[in-house]
Write a protein that binds this ligand. Sequence first.
Ligand SMILES: Nc1ncnc2c1ncn2[C@@H]1O[C@H](COP(=O)(O)OP(=O)(O)OP(=O)(O)O)[C@@H](O)[C@H]1O
Length: 253
Amino acid sequence: MDTVISMRGATATLGSRPVLRGVDLTVRRGEVVALLGANGSGKSTAIRAVVGQVPLTSGGLELFGTPLNRFRDWARIGYVPQRTTAASGVPATVREVVSAGRLARTKLGLPRKADRRAVEHALELVGMADRAADPVEALSGGQHQRVLIARALSVEPELLIMDEPMAGVDLASQEVLAGTLREQVSLGTTVLLVLHELGPLEPLIDRAVVLRDGCVVHDGPPPKAQGQHALPGHDHVHPHAGHAAEPIRTGLF
Ligand SMILES: Nc1ncnc2c1ncn2[C@@H]1O[C@H](COP(=O)(O)OP(=O)(O)OP(=O)(O)O)[C@@H](O)[C@H]1O
């Protein structure tokens, strides 16, 4: 099977802190892999390293079989960073934000019909087509997240990388997103996502990689959450929930 992501013995340091300490992460074509772990275990850093935003201090990384330093094919990858607002102070409509994602494909040429169609399709996939002309400031947190995911989908990526796509997302949006993801997976899209709990995505996950203190402590079937909730000391406090920081018990770690 083709290997889409191959990270070998990756180490990375942020400030003076070793955050990745020899991470092996393989994602094969068509797989859906969840990256799990407690707060601060290095999940975001690992996927930011995959998309070239955090340099590795040692180890190797290949994307689609090409070493990162020679990889140029970013339009094959859709990336949804850990939730920031899609608005970021710049007035823009939902369609403009999603179209910005498509620029990776248009290569700064004028958008063609196919590009416009891809943007509309991405909006439909996340159930936001009827809000296309609205300013992003007017959206709820969950709707923002749907727009960011539409932006990543607008490039029609072969590999979709998402950092906690369900964080701070209302139940209705969670269901829409789970459906969107299911459809992408059925089309053969490879997916790597950071999750703090499997939740509604559990049926889609082929494999889980669990990090602890920058090391992989599990790589295999997704851990069963049930029956482990009673484990002590395994709280995951979610910083992006948008309400008072209640520890969320994942039962996974
Ligand atoms: N820019 C930075 N400078 C220094 N340390 C950092 C920086 N960014 C992250 N860290 C630290 O690196 C460690 C790993 O962070 P990372 O965001 O990868 O963890 P995570 O598993 O994604 O956590 P969370 O679930 O809270 O998002 C944490 O201890 C964090 O405080």
